[in-house]
Design a binder for this molecule. Structure first.
Ligand code: PNW
Length: 500
């Protein structure tokens, strides 16, 4: 379905970045190959019972580490112009710091050369949750200030080596997931700091603190060393919230959600370098204090805004708000707001029926509103915004019996078409400066806590023989860009081969 009957005359702006995205641990496999050191995810998936619902690991998955040439060639062949992927810190520095693993450097040299050869644009991410296990064991990784220098050491090595190939760097994937057991800052019972609620909350905001400083230190160095060469930012996790009613309490709840998720990391970047006042007021000494030097580092440390706006929710105030925020097990506030799915006008909504993605509702109109809210209301200093991930897990894909059924992924197709139409509407109708959109994911991969059973891929992966097969959604995703690409004249498809 098309959301806007008259959008077909609009094209994306010149230079619009689009492609597919991924991350190292989720697609590479080769977990023990060519000198790689372990990350926390090797530990979690192998050693922590029920950390991964289906008890799979990232040991093999799509084996992109070995099959990268085919994967790159297939993108090229399908007409995808760009690829976003992360580099594995523990491959380059098996101990997180210290000796460099030359085999891994050679590997990424080869990958970069192949991408350049095939003329694919790249948008590399320096850290997508695969914290070197050695640093976790040594000092608790993101709970300690030492991580700032160790990340700087790794990040500057990578940027120096590959900057000639990169226009836009992403330092960190979704720092908001400092508070999530399936991300990069483990892990409930495994970290003594998490043993009671106050200390747990402290650990979460400490992790966020050092993550933000790690990004900012690299960004400052990049801006000085590579002045004018390219741009740098981090990727945000955040979803659109709409007030559940016209009540004041619901409006406050929406704003609180934005403050505690996006404001936490971005208020300082686009303002004075500091955390939002509401976080300071609510959290007290749970929130670390930023010095003047640190604020100066953080302010201006992003060149554009990157958001992964998968879904949307209604927010509503809860009755005992005051007691909730003063309860130290809930100091983060989002827990003190209720939320439900946003049902977009006249469109089938509802959660992905895949149990591994029950948080994910197909809410296309939300993305348009969210792009407006971020750039016009929350952070007006933002020059432009990219949608760095969006995607959908089909219901119970792994349980569908025939491959043909799996490949005919109409819900995912619908999700992408609706979101893309609404991203274009934000540009064409609302004047939002959106400069990129990246589909998650290049192919089925390791979905953290739900393992390989939850499939976000635009290509199917057969985990027995590693065959990749494009799903219907991938063809229509590409076709949407052919129809609306920069310079395209209108609704007539340039190439109808991939028409659904
Ligand atoms: C992103 N939510 O995480 C990650 O960057 C990817 O690694 C992951 O595979 C992808 O989304 C799909 O889950 C998110 O609950 C995890 O709103 C959860 C949420 C959003 C993003």
């Amino acid at each position: 379905p098309s959301y806007f009957s008259n959008l077909s005359g609009y094209s994306l702006p010149e230079g619009f970045a689009w492609g597919v995205a991924s991350s190292a641990y989720q697609i590479e496999g080769a977990a023990n190959a060519e000198g790689k050191g372990p990350s926390i995810w090797d530990f979690l998936s192998h050693r922590v019972v029920n950390q991964v619902a289906d008890n799979t690991t990232g040991d093999v998955v799509g084996s992109h580490y070995f099959l990268y040439k085919q994967d790159i060639a297939r993108l090229k062949g399908l007409g995808v112009p760009a690829f976003s992927f992360s580099i594995s810190w523990p491959r380059i520095f098996p101990f997180g710091k210290g000796p460099i693993n030359e085999e891994a450097v050679q590997h990424y040299d080869d990958v970069m050369a192949e991408l350049a050869q095939q003329e694919l644009k790249i948008a590399p991410v320096l850290f997508h949750w695969d914290t070197p296990l050695a640093l976790f064991n040594e000092y608790g990784a993101w709970s300690d200030r030492q991580i700032v220098d160790d990340f700087f050491n790794y990040a500057t090595f990578i940027i120096q080596r590959y900057d000639h190939l990169v226009e836009e760097w992403f330092t960190i994937n979704e720092p908001q997931y400092c508070n999530w057991q399936y991300s990069y800052y483990p892990f409930g019972t495994y970290l003594p700091l998490y043993n009671n609620a106050t200390q747990g909350a402290k650990a979460r905001f400490t992790c966020g603190h050092y993550t933000l400083l790690a990004h900012a230190k690299v960004a400052k160095w990049y801006h000085e060393e590579f002045k004018g060469r390219g741009r740098i930012t981090f990727k945000n996790s955040g979803n659109y919230f709409e007030a559940n009613s016209t009540s004041e309490a619901d409006a406050v709840s929406v704003q609180r959600n934005y403050d505690f998720v996006l404001g936490w990391f971005n208020h300082g970047v686009w303002n004075d370098g500091d955390y939002p006042q509401v976080l300071k007021d609510t959290l007290g000494d749970i929130l670390p204090t930023l010095t003047d030097d640190e604020k100066a580092l953080i302010a201006g440390s992003c060149d554009f805004f990157a958001i992964d706006p998968y879904t949307s929710y209604y927010a509503f105030g809860i009755e005992d708000f005051d007691s909730c925020v003063s309860n130290t097990s809930h100091p983060g506030f989002p827990e003190c707001a209720g939320s439900t799915q946003l049902a977009p006008d006249g469109f089938p909504a509802g959660p992905s029926a895949d149990p591994g993605a029950s948080w994910l509702y197909d809410t296309p109109t939300g993305v348009r509103r969210f792009l407006n809210v971020i750039t016009k209301e929350l952070f007006p200093a933002v020059p432009d915004i990219q949608v760095t991930e969006f995607g959908f897990a089909e219901p119970f894909e792994s349980e569908l019996t025939s491959l043909q059924t799996i490949l005919w992924d109409l819900r995912r197709t619908d999700y992408y078409q609706g979101y893309l139409d609404n991203i274009l509407a934000a540009i064409a109708y609302d004047g939002v400066n959106v400069t990129g959109a990246w589909g998650w994911a290049i192919f089925d991969n390791f979905e953290w806590g739900s393992g390989v059973s939850t499939r976000f891929g635009l290509q199917h992966v057969n985990y027995t023989d590693l065959t990749r097969t494009p799903k219907a959604s991938f063809y229509s995703f590409i076709k949407w860009f052919e129809d609306h690409g920069a310079g395209a004249s209108g609704s007539e498809p340039a190439n109808s081969t991939y028409r659904l």
